[in-house]
Design a binder for this molecule. Structure first.
Ligand code: FEO
Length: 391
């Protein structure tokens, strides 16, 4: 599909994908590769190995693949580099353009001595009428990540940055339900990019000097409406600075409804204090959706009962995930019900602290079924949270 004069989308759509290394993808995904027709035809990124046939069939509709002179690998992860080896069989003289870490990564993935052209920020590559410019976007989200810019087309090929895991027939944000796409872009950021706020701000500063008419990411829809481009860049800045809303998310699981009752009561008290609340039960919500709510929320409450002297495994899995994604500038507290041992609450508290969330008080733990008095005692948590959220 032609996305502008001389630039064609030649990616593949993964309609069936439901899990991307632990990230739930109910809408599937796409792997976007772009072909620039110029004196030296250039392919920007490839697709997952399984999508190679779809990609090559798209390329063949436009050009003989043997004519491709450069394959730009913005990122080594196999959803984008997975078809380079097959591609090079059809254009064996093509050079593989990548960052220094990209070369290291590609060599260790494929164990092949391809013709590498290693670039760094500010390097330029003339492909004919166009000069492509490269920007290392280190740790957004791998050490090798980079973006490629074509000034002639005012187009940034941003790779994972600004992407969304959605499979669709439409290619442009403004041809689809843009509010849904912004939501998916938020989920993508929360699950893939959240730990790298400092690096995102650095990348935004470098890219801020460019004339951006189009941002073409490697997943999902392409941004081309100025208002959408400004909005997604501004949201990336907000998320990178860990700016949150004055609201709370209560993440919990339960065995015999006691922790659930505590969660519901805490939720009511918070709403009574004017704090909007999102209830996220770990039995019905995927951790990748829960972390998206955490990204939006200033306050994070975790509730688990005790099973075999530990927190419930669902909470353990969520904490492992959240610790890796390192949310900052948030406050929280733990709660739960126990039978005869409170041992697991220590690891629940430690887990919240290790995620980078400041505890705003002692955890609230109730034996067996909470009494009316026990539940009423949760009101003070809501009051403390309200004060912290009002600061
Ligand atoms: Fe879409 Fe980091 O790969």
């Amino acid at each position: 599909m032609q996305i502008s004069k001389d630039i064609h989308w030649v990616g593949s759509i993964d309609w069936e994908l439901r899990n991307f290394h632990g990230y739930s993808t109910p809408q599937g995904s796409s792997y976007n590769a772009y072909l620039i027709l110029d004196e030296k035809p250039t392919l920007i990124d490839t697709v997952k190995a399984a999508g190679f046939e779809e990609m090559i069939s798209g390329i063949r509709k436009v050009i003989d693949p043997a004519k491709i002179q450069y394959i730009i690998s913005n990122h080594t992860e196999m959803d984008h580099s997975g078809s380079i080896e097959e591609m090079l069989k059809l254009c064996p003289n093509a050079e593989v353009v990548c960052s220094p870490k990209g070369e290291e990564g590609l060599r260790k993935h494929f164990r092949k001595d391809w013709k590498f052209k290693v670039v760094k920020t500010g390097d330029k590559l003339r492909i004919g009428k166009r000069e492509l410019e490269f920007f290392l976007t280190t740790m957004v989200h791998w050490p090798d990540s980079m973006a490629t810019y074509s000034g002639k087309d005012a187009t940034l090929f941003s790779n994972d940055a600004f992407g969304q895991h959605v499979a669709a027939k439409e290619r442009f944000v403004d041809d689809a339900d843009s509010e849904f796409i912004f939501k998916e872009a938020a989920k993508y950021y929360a699950n893939i990019v959240l730990p790298y706020g400092v690096q995102v701000l650095k990348a935004l500063e470098a890219l801020g000097t460019l004339n951006l008419g189009t941002i073409a990411p490697s997943h999902g829809f392409i941004w081309r409406k100025d208002a959408d481009i400004q909005r997604i860049i501004s949201l990336y800045g907000k998320w990178a600075r860990h700016e949150t809303e004055a609201k709370a998310v209560i993440v919990y699981d339960t065995m015999w409804h006691s922790t659930e009752t505590m969660a519901a009561t805490l939720g009511e008290f918070l709403e009574g204090e004017g704090v909007p609340v999102k209830m996220m039960d770990l039995q019905t919500n995927h951790i990748s959706d829960v972390i998206t709510e955490v990204m939006f929320s200033k306050a994070v409450f975790l509730g688990s009962p005790i099973l075999n002297n530990r927190m419930l495994p669902t909470m353990g899995a969520f904490l492992t995930y959240m610790k890796g994604l390192k949310p900052k500038n948030r406050v929280g507290l733990t709660f739960g019900s126990y039978g005869w041992s409170k041992g697991g609450f220590k690891e629940l508290e430690e887990g919240l602290k290790d995620s980078g969330i400041e505890l705003i008080g002692e955890g609230r733990y109730i034996q067996f079924i909470p009494s009316g008095e026990d539940l009423a005692g949760l009101r003070s948590i809501a009051q403390t949270a309200k004060k912290r959220l009002s600061k």
